[in-house]
Design a protein around this ligand. Structure first.
Ligand code: SAH
Ligand code: DHB
Ligand code: MG
Length: 224
């Protein structure tokens, strides 16, 4: 279901608009060597997220789902001096690799990778009364993505932008009979989102190097 044209166009767009970078490439190489799945955002998506975060002047970014820190590097580079990114990852080995990749990118002191189930880490952030986040990228397991959206909304400032990855998955999102826990999880998240007065949202379907998928973008209207 991956049209070669999508990959070719993505590569061409990246050549025009998304300059190659040693730290990002090294992060992907390290992830491949460690046998991690190649489910990082694509270069064009990574820079897209970076531009949104930079455009809203984000100073505090929350990421749910670190993997090797590839999207983390894109996002952390949107931050002004003194900005901070917290990224949540359940797998300690992945978190360790991400920290190495971030260190190599010169972002070791900007990013904090927290190990643990994201639900627990989000609860911990609430208990700590963490300063509100300006931008959130939700990209961990899809089973809990409704909870991730709910809890990160509570941790975000008014006007914050929340992006949720992988909401289309080859169009399977419209299958109300699906028994795939990922599809069920994404559908639950969209149901809740449609009824959440705190959030104003839209979504775009995408094709590219990662196939046919899509992202939700939500803006926090008011703190509920
Ligand atoms: N954002 C990354 C890709 C993340 S892949 C990028 O684009 O570069 C999803 C990650 O979420 C995986 O590393 C996986 O280990 C992690 N994950 C899965 N379930 C989780 C959970 N319950 N809590 C925190 N992280 C989780
Ligand atoms: C998968 C997860 C992702 O976050 C993604 O962007 C693509 C694929 C997966 O688990 O298959
Ligand atoms: Mg993803």
């Amino acid at each position: 279901m991956l049209d070669p044209q999508w990959t070719a166009v993505d590569r061409a767009l990246a050549e025009w608009l998304v300059p190659e970078d040693e730290a990002l490439e090294a992060a992907l190489d390290a992830a491949t060597r460690a046998g991690l799945p190649a489910i990082h955002v694509s270069p064009t998506q990574g820079k897209w997220l970076q531009l949104i975060a930079a455009a809203i002047g984000a100073r505090r970014i929350l990421e749910i789902g670190t993997l090797a820190g590839y999207s983390t590097i894109w996002l952390a580079r949107a931050l002004p001096p003194g900005g901070r990114l917290v990224s949540l990852e359940i797998d300690p080995g992945r978190a360790a690799l991400a920290r190495e990749n971030l260190e190599r990118a010169g972002l070791g002191s900007v990013v904090e990778v927290r190990v643990g189930a994201a639900l627990a880490s989000l609860e911990r952030l609430r208990e700590e009364q963490a300063a509100p986040f300006d931008f959130v990228f939700i990209d961990a397991d899809k089973v809990h993505c409704a909870e991730y959206l709910d809890r990160s909304t509570a941790l975000a400032r008014r006007g914050a932008v929340i992006v949720v990855d992988n909401v289309v998955r080859n169009g399977r999102v419209v299958d109300a009979e699906s028994d795939d826990p990922n599809v069920i999880g994404v559908r639950r998240m969209l149901e809740r989102l449609s009824a959440d007065p705190r959030l104003d949202a839209s979504a775009l379907q995408t094709v590219g190097a990662k196939g046919y998928d899509g992202m939700v973008m939500a803006v926090v209207r008011s703190i509920g």
